[in-house]
Design a protein around this ligand. Structure first.
Ligand SMILES: Nc1ncnc2c1ncn2[C@@H]1O[C@H](COP(=O)(O)OP(=O)(O)O)[C@@H](O)[C@H]1O
Ligand SMILES: CC(=O)N[C@@H](CCC(=O)OP(=O)(O)O)C(=O)O
Length: 299
C-alpha cells in the first residue's frame, strides 16, 4: 500500500510538470551559473544533471558561467590581489591572463560533466565565433582595465549549436575590434545572450536564497520584484557586491523582452527543477508587470 502511495506521489510530480514542459518545449532558456554556487562538487553535478534533463525534455538550454571565486583563488596563488569596483574585477594585463585561464578551465570541466551524463555540450568563450564583441567598459569615469562592455552578441554560432542539439556552455570573455581579450561580468554576459537569443527564461544560480530587502535580515527575502520595485531597491543602498550587476541585468533582461528572470539559490539541490517544473516559487522572480504575476500563479 505504502509502495503504491509512493508511486502515485511520483506520478503526481510528473503530472505537475506537464504544463511547464509544454510551456517551455522548444524554447531557449539561459542558465547563469555563478562561481559562488560552484564550490561543492556534488552540487555542481546536480546542476549539470538538471540542465541535462531540461535539454532532454525538449528545452534549448544555454549555460553561461562565472567563476569569480576560483579566479580570486588562483590570483592569490600568484600573489595578485583581487580588487573590485562596483562588483566588477579591476583587470590589468596579468590578471586578464589568469581570468582567461581559469574561466576556460571551468568551462571545459562543465562540458565534461555534461558529456558524462550523455548530453552533448560545446564549451566556448565569447571570443569563439565572435559571440561577444565588446568595448572597454568605463564605470563613470573610472578605468577598471580590461573589462568589457558588450556591444554585440553574434547568435549565429549559438543557434548552430542549439539547432544541432548541443548545449552551449559559455564563459564570459569577449574581444574588442582589435581582437584583444576582455573580462566580462558573467551576469552581463548571460543577460546580453538571453536578450539576443530571445530567451523565454533567464535563471541566475547564486549562493543566497534570493534578494533580501535588507541583507542583514534573512526574513526580508523578496519572492517577486517588479522592474519598478527592483529599480527602487537598487537606489536603496541595500544591494551590494555581486548582487548589484545581477539586479541591473535582471531589469535589463526584462526590458529587452526576456519573459521571466529568476535569482535562485544554487545551494539548494535541484533548484532548477523545482523552479521550472513546480508551482512553488523559490528564490526571487523579477517580473514585468501585474499581468505576469497573475499568469504565473495560474499557469
Ligand atoms: N540585498 C542583497 N540580497 C542578496 N544578496 C546580496 C544583497 N546585497 C549583496 N548581496 C551579495 O551578493 C552575493 C551574490 O553575488 P555574487 O557573489 O557575485 O554571486 P555569483 O558568483 O553567483 O554571481 C551574495 O552572496 C550576497 O553576499
Ligand atoms: C569583470 C568581472 O568582474 N568579471 C568576473 C568574471 C567572472 C564572474 O562574473 O563570475 P561570477 O559569476 O562567479 O561572479 C570576474 O573576474 O570575477
Amino acid at each position: 500500500m505504502e509502495d503504491m502511495e509512493n508511486w502515485l506521489a511520483k506520478a503526481n510530480v510528473l503530472i505537475e510538470a506537464l504544463p511547464y514542459i509544454q510551456r517551455f518545449h522548444g524554447k531557449t532558456i539561459v542558465v547563469k551559473y555563478g562561481g559562488s554556487a560552484m564550490v561543492d562538487h556534488d552540487l555542481k553535478k546536480n546542476v549539470i544533471r538538471d540542465v541535462a534533463l531540461l535539454k532532454l525534455v525538449g528545452f534549448r538550454p544555454i549555460i553561461v558561467h562565472g567563476g569569480g571565486k576560483e579566479i580570486t583563488k588562483w590570483m592569490k596563488k600568484v600573489d595578485i590581489e583581487s580588487e573590485f569596483y562596483k562588483g566588477l574585477r579591476i583587470t590589468d594585463k596579468p590578471s586578464m591572463e589568469i581570468v582567461e585561464m581559469v574561466l576556460n578551465k571551468i568551462n571545459k570541466g562543465l562540458v565534461s560533466m555534461m558529456e558524462k551524463v550523455g548530453v552533448r555540450a560545446v564549451g566556448i568563450s565569447g571570443k569563439d565565433g565572435s559571440v561577444l564583441k565588446v568595448d572597454k567598459k568605463l564605470v563613470g569615469d573610472k578605468d577598471i582595465g580590461y573589462v568589457g562592455e558588450i556591444k554585440e552578441v553574434n547568435t549565429e554560432l549559438l543557434n548552430t549549436l542549439l539547432d544541432n542539439d548541443f548545449v552551449p556552455v559559455i564563459c564570459p570573455i569577449g574581444s574588442d575590434d582589435g581582437f584583444y581579450s576582455y573580462n566580462i561580468n558573467a551576469d552581463d554576459a548571460a543577460c546580453a545572450i538571453a536578450a539576443a537569443v530571445g530567451a523565454a527564461k533567464l535563471a541566475f544560480l547564486t549562493d543566497v536564497e534570493g534578494v533580501y530587502a535588507d541583507p542583514l535580515d534573512k526574513s526580508t527575502l523578496i519572492s517577486e520584484l517588479s522592474v519598478k520595485e527592483a529599480e527602487e531597491l537598487l537606489g536603496s543602498g541595500n544591494i551590494g557586491g555581486g548582487m548589484l550587476p545581477k539586479i541591473h541585468n535582471c531589469v535589463d533582461a526584462i526590458k529587452s523582452g526576456v519573459s521571466r528572470v529568476h535569482i535562485l539559490d544554487g545551494r539548494i539541490e535541484h533548484c532548477l527543477l523545482l523552479e521550472f517544473f513546480t508551482n512553488r516559487g523559490i528564490g526571487t522572480a523579477i517580473i514585468g508587470d501585474e499581468e505576469e504575476r497573475y499568469y504565473e500563479k495560474n499557469v
